[in-house]
Ligand binder design. Structure first.
Ligand code: UT7
Length: 313
């Protein structure tokens, strides 16, 4: 019987941070409006040497170091991203070469803000099924490549960064069954237009879907892991915006003992990178400990959603 667990985590946050003032000036908004509607105070902005690939390599390398394994031990690299400005080549093979995985498998996964949690689900099943012993799952996003800086609906919301996890063989099962869903009837509410791509969003529709459909997925993921909500040490939802997180917590009736990740305040919405970045922050701050059960929940464009309970590495 092969078992899978998260063995290590890594984060890359761009050094350059941007507050709300300049964005507010450009979009006829205000720091107060942005804070009230999204909770966001600052976000990371990638420099010229911080492409989707560069940031993925940085976060992936840290996750390998944290897991205590070398790049040659990696069988598969999965890069979840939706902010490449071209369709081919994907990022994963370049990331694998840069890390030195020696010709391992590599592919990109496009499930927007749910990309990382889809990736962890696939990685766990690959390890259990025997097609890989170590999978490096990375969420890496460079939103500044696809944002219209004058769009009032999106310019303030998104940021850049990358987060990664090594999913590998373990004595104890540390990854619960993945729960996933989609709603292609609402594909248009979060999409890119034109070439090069520019992000467009119908904010109210996304908000409605996230706050009405996603809470049930959270409950199902916890149930699938054979746990109750009160067994959780932490809840790490996709960092869409603080109002959505707070609404999820209310709808789920999450006990106050469960720590809730609120990394969006400092990082903005980093789509596929948001869940691993937020989880890393909880670990760095000592808010969760080794072995603690944490509910991960990704949701976003597609529309797509996926979640599972993982034990903290
Ligand atoms: O990964 C998934 C990511 N997506 C999300 O998390 C988006 C979810 N959606 C939301 O959080 C909200 O829809 C937003 C925060 C994006 C927008 O808030 P809203 O309350 O849905 O705004 P709205 O577009 O319905 O506009 C409400 C008011 C309007 O003014 P009036 O007509 O009521 O006077 C807008 O003109 O807010 C105004 N407004 C703004 N004011 C200042 C819209 N955008 C801005 C802005 N600054 N940036």
């Amino acid at each position: 019987m092969r078992r899978a667990a998260v063995l290590g985590l890594g984060a890359h946050r761009p050094a350059h941070r941007e507050g709300n003032e300049l964005i507010a000036e450009r979009t006829d908004s205000s720091d107060q409006w942005i804070r009230e509607r999204s909770g966001i105070v600052t976000r990371g902005i990638a420099g010229d040497d911080e492409s989707v690939v560069d940031m993925a390599v940085a976060a992936g390398g840290k996750a390998l170091a944290a897991a205590g394994i070398g790049p040659e031990d990696v069988d598969l690299v999965v890069v979840a991203t939706c902010t490449l400005t071209h369709a081919v080549p994907g990022a994963a093979a370049t990331v694998a070469s840069a890390l030195g995985t020696g010709g391992s498998g590599a592919f990109d996964l496009v499930a927007a803000c749910a990309g990382f949690t889809y990736g962890v689900g696939l990685a766990a099943d690959s390890v259990r099924g025997g097609s890989a012993s170590n999978v490096l799952v990375i969420g890496s996003e460079r939103f500044t490549s696809i944002l219209d800086p004058y769009d009032r609906g999106t310019a303030f919301l998104f940021g850049d960064g990358a987060g990664a996890a090594v999913v590998g063989l373990s004595d104890q099962d540390g990854i619960g069954p993945v729960v996933w869903s989609s709603d292609g009837d609402q594909a248009d509410v979060l999409r890119t237009e034109s070439y090069p791509p520019v992000l467009r969003m119908e904010g109210r529709a996304v908000y409605r879907w996230a706050t009405t459909s996603v809470p049930d997925m959270a409950r199902r993921a916890v149930e699938a892991a054979g746990l109750e909500l009160s067994d959780l040490a932490a809840f790490v939802p996709h960092q869409a915006n603080l109002r959505i997180t707070d609404s999820l917590v209310r709808s789920m009736k999450l006990p106050p003992s469960v720590v809730v990740a609120r990394d969006v305040v400092d990082s903005g919405n980093t789509s596929a990178a948001s869940v691993p970045l937020a989880l890393c922050r909880l670990v760095e701050q000592g808010q969760v400990r080794r072995g603690d059960p944490v509910l991960l929940l990704g949701f976003g464009a597609g529309l797509t959603a996926a979640g599972q309970v993982v034990r903290c590495p």
